[in-house]
Design a protein around this ligand. Sequence first.
Ligand SMILES: NC(=O)C1=CN([C@@H]2O[C@H](COP(=O)(O)OP(=O)(O)OC[C@H]3O[C@@H](n4cnc5c(N)ncnc54)[C@H](OP(=O)(O)O)[C@@H]3O)[C@@H](O)[C@H]2O)C=CC1
Ligand SMILES: Nc1nc(O)c(N)c(N[C@@H]2O[C@H](COP(=O)(O)O)[C@@H](O)[C@H]2O)n1
Length: 220
Amino acid sequence: MEVVVNAATSVDGKLSTHERRQVRISGDADFDRVDRLRASADAVLVGVGTVLTDDPHLGVKSEDRRVERLRNGRPASPARVVADSRARTPSDATLLNDDAETYLLVSAAAPEDRLATLRDVGATVIEAGEERVDLPAALDALEAEGVERLLAEGGGELIYSLFSSGLVDELSVFVGSLVVGGRDAPTLADGEGFVADFPTLDLRSVERLDDGVVLTYRTE
Ligand SMILES: NC(=O)C1=CN([C@@H]2O[C@H](COP(=O)(O)OP(=O)(O)OC[C@H]3O[C@@H](n4cnc5c(N)ncnc54)[C@H](OP(=O)(O)O)[C@@H]3O)[C@@H](O)[C@H]2O)C=CC1
Ligand SMILES: Nc1nc(O)c(N)c(N[C@@H]2O[C@H](COP(=O)(O)O)[C@@H](O)[C@H]2O)n1
């Protein structure tokens, strides 16, 4: 499976405010680039932190791209995937609507009643890990479901875990021209942080877009 991570950060590396309030960092051209990435993916992954704060849709927005996918025998939008160890995704979350399939990656610690509720509203549950989602095992299970290209859109906890498990193939970051600040604001990679064996990246392109730049890396 090819795993592509995409996010937008301020110049000081923040994904959102210290209150975890979503910030419009990308401009129209960058949102269109993200839409192209979504259209090229079989599934889009976020952590449950992003679902709880942003209630994202994660679908392809361009009608032309949805039509093109259908013409190629694919669903109009990629599947939505949430890393959600304890099944905290609200049953009325937007990404559980009928626009695309939705997978919840949970751990053995997820309460049965929550799983039943979420299955009732259409989610497909994949269990991997005891206390927290075991991402390598969960991604293997997704691959068995036909997901060959996975776009991970954040947030910082999830992106850190993907790097720490060596699962990232490509990273693109839009760096917008604003400073968000705040020592507690989410950054591109949070988690516990690396103290050695830092993942190193190979910078492949630098593109000026909107009022910022898109940096694209492959992992080594
Ligand atoms: N600017 C941008 O491009 C983007 C910004 N954001 C912003 O990021 C913020 C949310 O980020 P953040 O709080 O880091 O939350 P995340 O979206 O990264 O979700 C983190 C949660 O995912 C669950 N999870 C399950 N398994 C794992 C695992 N193996 N590794 C890591 N997490 C796992 C955990 O909850 P549990 O243990 O309960 O399962 C964890 O707390 C929001 O403010 C949002 O607006 C988000 C996306 C893009
Ligand atoms: N790429 C990007 N640029 C920004 O400026 C952003 N604020 C975000 N945020 C993330 O985009 C997702 C919303 O998706 P939908 O529009 O609801 O489909 C969500 O994950 C945000 O955190 N991304």
